[in-house]
Design a binder for this molecule. Sequence first.
Ligand code: ADP
Ligand code: MG
Length: 336
Amino acid sequence: MSLKEIGEFGFIDRISRGCLIRPEGVHTAIGDDAAVVRTGADRFLLVTTDLLVERVHFLREATSGFNLGYKALAVNLSDIAAMGGTAREAFVSIGIPDDCPLAFLDDLYSGMQHLAAGFSVNILGGDTTGSKQDLIINIVVSGTVDPPELLLRSSAQEGDIIYSTGYLGDSRAGLHLILNSIPADSPELSALFDAHVLPKPYLQEGRFLAASGCIHAAIDVSDGLSSDLGHILRASGVGAKLYAQQMPISSNLQVFCSRFGFDPIEYALAGGEDYTLLCTADRKEAARISEEYRAAFDRPLYPLGEITDTGRLELLGADNRLQDITPTGWDHFKDE
Ligand code: ADP
Ligand code: MG
């Protein structure tokens, strides 16, 4: 069997067997957005890590150091947000190729420090090494959460309403501009470019949702709606029905899709790196939480579907036809 056949997630399943040597004290091991460790009766420690590799996750010539540093930390903060947690400390490890200018690295730390300051996160350590060719950045972030407020991928229940805290598909549109060297020559394209390079960590929103007491499950959208919702469905043993007409699609994405001939629904379903929170709320509390969220953030919580007992991911199209969706988000190894 090859890595290509089992894919990134098959690989993680495979290596996770045998990793839990000392289960006491571990609440959630491999399989959620962060690991959850008991540190006392009233506190959970959250730990998450993400790796960014040049030419896989970013093109050095197409990014500023600031934006890269910001994003490398943002994607980790997003995982803490998806657990309902407060981010606390960060550790930054970096592999630096010879041709990387010091000014770029200074700028990278400015971007990281700017975001860290915005969310009261310390950078407490890391590691520095050379690299033969590619710039490599790995960040570990810790956080905390009160046990009753922990949000997991595995707690969705049939009947729950599925929400996103923001628009879906914008980041992939921004990536399309970068990969095709299309200038962001209008306010719409410029907003899509920003959505890709400066994703917002939804930490305050995650805390708000966790404290509301009516969110059952959550994940952040890193690989794409269909793929990340798929993780909730698998972990919770449920299915979901999405409504094409309710997809949170920005007017910027609409403009982009009409100009370049893409389908916005496809972008919303399969586009990754939006880093919005996807959560499932108790149906009976859904109206209340939506109202309170709007009052708190002056933005809507976007309802886009519901949890079902089918075990499948389905999309109700604008034509009222129901079709099965195969998760099509990002996998580092699979071909399709
Ligand atoms: P996310 O997109 O939220 O960062 P991932 O899909 O990267 O999550 O990872 C899913 C789970 O697998 C997480 O619990 C993560 O810590 C774990 N994981 C990923 N890669 C490895 C690895 N090489 N060894 C051990 N655990 C891993
Ligand atoms: Mg995640």
